[in-house]
Unconditional design. Structure first.
Length: 373
């Protein structure tokens, strides 16, 4: 007879995606939007020098929210000198396609008073065709006038306005600066995929633990004594969607490992655990101060690993490609944590907001070349 406190962590118990993996998917669009923002700002300010263009929510916009997922708000907001406000939605195509779909609900929401759908007057759509480095900015009215209603299976059979490429292609434009932005977006997405392979490798290595009998009560109470033990336990709890008891105590104890000399793999383990524990606790003032201090310390460690060829090296026992992978993973999650802390704990923190994903990578181009050569 099975112990009532014991569960079996079979494959059906393990989530298909952890929140970290979900964020990876959401971050691809965020990479593009944060790279496009300065270009879009310059483009609009050619017509109105005093116009402001921001991600909706301001410079400290979150590309995800740990306590509330993502929002359906517009991607950009434009405020003109005459007081008018315009919103810009962005859509992307990863390849040239025969028709372009726009969700009807985003283009022409229902007007309750008129009892019919009305095209948005304060919104335009920025459509980016990334592989050919071109874009167009179009009004909802134009989309309605040049489309047919259809159903998009890729969006869960959502009703859409479908514009044929013959109508759409004539609106496409391109310039040198936009081409460079698209190239940088591609490089950053490649880096994102490269760093996240670390998670897949760890899943392969630790799958035996996930399939073993797990005493849920025990694993959630006992604080591991080593960084490797911390990582294995947090990895299991993350994939089982469980939260340890006394998570605040776990987090503070985890941060004490930063006082040791750590290589990039050990920092990868530490930051993975930190990313797992952080959203599960409400931090007190002293814990916030400690976390800010440790974030700066970790950033400094990674900066010291950087090499002139775009790679990272922390330990000669590690293959330099894997050393670079773990360092990029740490950079990416630290940027996430900084944004999250600024959002939930306010402006009093001694941290600068992240304007672009991977902004703490010294030379994105060189790093891209290193991991792809």
């Amino acid at each position: 007879m099975k112990d009532a406190k014991t569960i079996y962590a079979q494959s059906s118990d393990i989530k298909s995606r952890t929140y970290l993996e979900y964020r990876r998917d959401m971050k691809q669009k965020a990479i593009a939007e944060l790279e496009i923002l300065p270009w879009l700002r310059k483009k609009i300010q050619k017509e109105d020098k005093t116009a402001t263009v921001e991600k909706y929510g301001g410079d400290r916009f979150m590309w995800f929210l740990r306590k509330g997922g993502i929002t359906r708000d517009p991607d950009f907001i434009v405020k003109y000198s005459n007081g008018k406000v315009r919103y810009i939605e962005t859509q992307y195509a990863k390849k040239e396609i025969k028709a372009y779909d726009f969700k009807i609900s985003k283009i022409a929401p229902k007007d309750r008073k008129l009892k019919k759908r009305v095209p948005k007057k304060d919104t335009t759509v920025l459509y980016v065709i990334k592989p050919i480095r071109k874009y167009c900015i179009i009004e909802p009215e134009w989309i309605i006038d040049n489309s047919k209603k259809a159903i998009a299976s890729a969006w869960g059979n959502a009703p859409v306005f479908r514009v044929n490429s013959e109508n759409f292609d004539g609106r496409l434009k391109g310039d040198i600066s936009f081409k460079r932005i698209c190239e940088l977006i591609d490089m950053k997405i490649e880096i994102l995929d490269f760093q996240h392979n670390a998670i897949d490798m760890e899943k392969d290595k630790l799958s035996y633990l996930l399939q073993q009998v797990v005493d849920e009560n025990k694993i959630m109470k006992i604080i591991p004594k080593t960084l490797d033990g911390f990582f294995k336990v947090c990895f299991m709890l993350d994939n089982l969607n469980k939260t340890p008891e006394n998570a605040n105590l776990w987090l503070v104890y985890l941060l004490s490992f930063t006082d040791q000399k750590l290589n990039s793999y050990e920092l990868f383990q530490l930051v993975y655990c930190l990313d797992f524990l952080y959203p599960r606790v409400e931090l007190e003032k002293n814990e916030i101060d400690l976390l800010v201090k440790k974030i700066k310390q970790i950033k400094s460690m990674i900066d010291n690993f950087a090499k002139s060829d775009g790679s990272y090296q922390s330990d000669k026992k590690l293959a330099q490609l894997e050393d670079t992978r773990y360092s990029l993973f740490v950079i990416n999650l630290i940027e996430d944590l900084i944004q999250d802390m600024l959002h939930y704990y306010g402006d009093i923190l001694d941290l600068n907001p992240i304007k672009r994903i991977y902004e703490n990578v010294a030379d994105v181009g060189k790093t891209y070349e290193f991991i792809t050569k």
